[in-house]
Design a binder for this molecule. Structure first.
Ligand code: ASP
Length: 329
């Protein structure tokens, strides 16, 4: 039996899900618990690029009162940042030298939209929102997504690599070593989740994915339940890191479901990172993955496999960067 299969077998034997005896409404559970950092409204986003994104999101929330507008406009800041090598059209290409982009957006009532493997669209998050609002579908991919962008009047960007991305790509071409690694030096996605003063939630997630990935590779970010999940009854979660590991555990959905069962956002993130490690034992030392979560009351948490993951937290008292705790040190 391959070691991968052996690990999988072991983890299936050792992973037991304990369901609560009586299912309480999540709101009752929050009331029962000593909620220490709860204070809504709240906006949280991954990595330090989240600080600028939060600032924009917060001002949009103030101006429009819409948490959906806030999470869309917030991540657009990062999508448009020419200094970002890991989120937008200025990012690192795939191994064919083409930048392909993924994004998803979700509302607390379950409405959602996403796009994946799309080229030339600067604001994929807006395209994902249009999929949600203008089509009967959830997800559009590749050329179909690009055609839909055109049909919606969105402008396509010229397909030229940013000079720094081109330089990195030319360097990578020398060895062409295919190692799909995401660690502290090589991280991408901005995932943003937020709750307004009335407990309405929304989330967004957008990325250029793994640097020098196989053409056509899609990670967790545009997959509802993996890279993002939002439920107005409970809370929201988003993920960053090696997407394959996150998809295998339906990571963001699982965080929200654990909060539904009574875990705090911090406890839920920790439990899902534990599950992710169980399911991805091969190569765990070389990869990074992390989750952030917020519940309806504005209580939040974050956790990662390895040190180095941080997230930006915006509330009434300001916008700060917090270092996530991690399973390994
Ligand atoms: N999760 C993204 C992906 O796998 C990348 C990242 O968050 O760093 O495409």
């Amino acid at each position: 039996m391959s070691s991968r299969r052996k690990f999988l077998k072991q983890s299936l034997l050792s992973t037991t899900i304990f369901l609560p005896e009586g299912i309480k409404k999540s709101t009752e559970l929050f009331q029962d618990r000593n909620v220490k950092n709860a204070r809504k409204p709240r906006i949280i986003s991954t990595w330090n690029h989240g600080l600028a994104a939060n600032e924009k999101a917060w001002s949009v929330l103030r101006q429009t009162g819409s948490i959906l507008n806030a999470v869309e406009e917030g991540v657009k800041v990062t999508e448009a940042d020419p200094a970002s090598r890991t989120v937008g059209i200025y990012g690192f290409p795939d191994r064919e030298g083409i930048v392909t982009l993924d994004a998803s957006i979700m509302k607390g009532n379950g409405e959602c939209g996403s796009v994946c493997f799309v080229r030339q669209v600067k604001h994929r998050i807006t395209l994902a929102r249009k999929v949600m609002e203008e089509t009967p579908h959830v997800m559009l991919a590749g050329e179909g997504a690009r055609q839909f962008a055109i049909s919606q009047g969105m402008q396509l960007e010229e397909e030229v690599l940013h000079p720094e991305s081109e330089e990195a790509y030319l360097e990578w071409l020398k060895e062409k070593e295919y190692r799909p690694i995401i660690n502290i030096e090589n991280h991408d996605t901005i995932g943003m989740i937020g709750v307004d003063a009335d407990g309405n939630l929304a989330g967004s997630c957008t990325t250029s994915g793994l640097a020098f990935k196989m053409h056509g590779r899609v990670g967790d970010s545009p997959i509802i339940g993996a890279g993002l999940y939002v439920d107005n009854e409970v809370g929201a979660a988003t993920a960053t890191g090696l997407g394959e590991t996150i998809i295998k555990v339906c990571g963001s959905f699982l965080v929200v479901e654990l909060m539904r069962q009574g875990r705090s956002p911090q406890e839920a993130c920790e439990e899902v990172v534990g599950r992710l490690i169980e399911k991805n034992k091969d190569g765990i030392e070389d990869m990074q993955a992390g989750f952030i979560a917020v519940n309806k009351d504005g209580e939040y948490g974050g956790y990662a496999v390895h040190p180095g993951f941080n997230y930006a937290v915006q509330g009434e008292s300001g916008n700060t960067l917090e270092d996530a705790r991690s399973r390994f040190s």
